[in-house]
Design a protein around this ligand. Structure first.
Ligand SMILES: *Cc1c(COP(=O)(O)O)cnc(C)c1O
Length: 239
């Protein structure tokens, strides 16, 4: 089951890359394993998958510990972990330096908290800024109008954070092409920031199970696919 689903996603990605006239190596597939057990991560890792995405700090750290105990160390150490869920500033210490890439920087407050913890630990942390592309009041992500201020803040005041690009979750889910204008918007915002602030910002994290083909068309360098690899998610346990 997992193997078949994974193969299908890889085929879709290959076709999307071709249709977009891009190179496969420009795009990293992140397998989003939130709420799924370590055993399933190990299964997908055995198929050759390297990048995994998690939404909840505690769950992610526990799962990785389980994997460290389950797999030969060189195999678990070869996996790359992405924090793709909202991070509260008070959890900064658990995040700083523990993820290959944090996709969801969305406030100066969080930047400041991560910077402080990274400085204490003596580590660099790669980050993306999450943009609230749909301007939804209940969504996390920085508003478009505050994006350049946050990018400037990171550049000027956070020497331990390496700003690598932008991330978004469009307001439409599993709606295929309907999400495309939001992907285009994120690309445009990154281009603007590159030219205005002189940043390189190589990465765009966008596209999920129902719409990643369209994200690839608009320049995604990370696509985040959960359901179409792992199947439906079990409900989140509330503590
Ligand atoms: C859960 C999640 C995904 C994966 O969504 P699917 O629709 O299951 O592919 C991708 N990105 C983020 C930020 C998520 O929270």
């Amino acid at each position: 089951m997992l193997g078949e689903r994974y193969e299908k996603v890889m085929e879709r990605l290959d076709r999307a890359v071709q249709a977009a006239g891009r190179k496969r190596e420009e795009i990293t597939l992140i397998a989003v394993s939130k709420l799924h057990p370590a055993e399933m991560v190990a299964e997908v890792a055995a198929l050759g998958q390297v990048d995994f995405g998690e939404n909840y700090v505690q769950e992610a750290l526990e799962k990785r510990e389980t994997l460290d105990n389950m797999l030969p160390l060189e195999r678990s150490a070869a996996l790359r972990w992405h924090m793709i869920g909202h991070v509260q500033s008070r959890k900064a210490a658990q995040v700083a330096g523990h993820f290959d890439l944090v996709h969801t920087l969305d406030s100066e407050r969080l930047a400041q908290a991560l910077e402080k913890r990274c400085a204490q630990a003596g580590v660099q942390q790669r980050v993306l800024i999450e943009v609230n592309v749909g301007e939804e009041s209940q969504k996390s992500g920085v508003d478009r109008k505050n994006l350049s201020a946050l990018a400037d803040y990171v550049q000027a005041s956070c020497p331990h954070l390496e700003l690598q690009g932008l991330m978004c979750i469009p307001p439409v889910f599993d709606a295929g092409e309907a999400a495309r204008p939001y992907f285009a918007l994120l690309r445009t915002l990154a281009e603007k920031l590159r030219s205005e602030a002189g940043l390189s910002l190589p990465h765009l994290s966008m596209g999920m199970s129902g719409d990643f083909e369209w994200a690839v068309m608009e320049g995604a360098t990370f696509v985040r696919v959960g359901t179409d690899i792992f199947g439906p998610r079990p409900p989140k346990k509330t503590a």
